[in-house]
Write a protein that binds this ligand. Structure first.
Ligand code: ZN
Length: 276
């Protein structure tokens, strides 16, 4: 059986898949036979998910991890500013608004969307920008309004990445900059290290997980999404989140491998692209 759930590939429309994981029924992890996109199907019941992202969830971000997160956001903003000088910036899934705060301090006009009511309220209270609580599509921003739209580890959580990227294109100015960071499904070095350390493969989906990834992107499928939704000048490089030291060391090996061989086998992808 190549399509146990009647799935249709969000990226290319294909209906034939390879089953990657099938022990968490009714959900399957499937890989599209045409474009290679990996997805969870059917979409699990996410009712109540927004309430998981509460004060507790963000407590460490705002305290113990504050300094390291600050460094991460500064690094990301500096990379952005090499491509674009301050203008209108939208951060999709802005959480408590740390990135927007930093950008605002450097002269950007900022907007954010955020699914968690707690985080949206927090960001709204700490920023001069406007924070919309809900999905990007429902915010109904004006066409060709933003200079930059960012999705920092958000696209893997949304039910329809294609529609989110189409909306990002609609609201970006011509030649506006899009940045998308997602985990890399081809994080082969981490997968090998995990298998050695734990004696089993790294899983892509487990029922009841707090942070469910509905889609798993590679450099190729992310690039295909961006081309399909009207972006060019696409550059994909490693993204560095915050993580434990052991994982950092493994990722450093993967990044070194990338610089030596060009293979994109590191933990997370950061794509920069411009609106056509
Ligand atoms: Zn496909």
């Amino acid at each position: 059986m190549t399509n146990p759930t009647g799935a249709r590939c969000n990226l290319c429309g294909e209906t034939r898949f390879r089953i990657v994981e099938e022990d968490q029924k009714p959900q399957y992890v499937l890989k599209c036979l045409r474009c290679g996109l990996v997805c969870v199907d059917p979409v699990p019941d996410l009712t109540g998910l927004a309430t998981h992202y509460d004060e507790d969830y963000y407590a460490d971000w705002l305290a113990a991890q504050k300094e390291e997160r600050g460094r991460m956001w500064r690094r990301r903003l500096e990379a952005l500013e090499k491509r674009c000088s301050p203008g209108r910036l939208l951060d999709v899934g802005c959480a408590t608004g740390t990135f927007l705060q930093l950008a605002q301090n450097r002269g950007w006009q900022v907007w954010g969307t955020e699914y968690s009511a707690y985080a949206a309220r927090y960001a709204g209270e700490h920023l001069k920008g406007e924070i919309f609580c809900g999905e990007l599509i429902d915010a109904r921003y004006e066409e060709a309004f933003f200079d930059v739209v960012t999705f920092w580890h958000v696209l893997e959580h949304v039910a329809d990445p294609l529609r989110s990227l189409q909306e990002a294109r609609r609201i970006l100015k011509p030649s506006g900059l899009l940045i998308v960071a997602v985990p890399n499904v081809n994080d082969l070095v981490m997968q090998a290290a995990y298998r050695v350390a734990k004696g089993r493969p790294l899983r892509l989906f487990t029922q009841g997980e707090r942070e469910i990834h509905l889609f798993h992107f590679s450099a190729d499928t992310l690039r295909a999404y961006l081309r399909k939704t009207g972006f060019d000048n696409i550059r994909i490089r490693p993204d560095y989140g915050i993580t434990e030291y052991s994982k950092k060391a493994v990722n450093a090996a993967a990044v070194a491998c990338y610089y030596l061989t060009g293979l994109k086998v590191f933990n997370a992808l950061e794509a920069h692209a411009t609106r056509t």
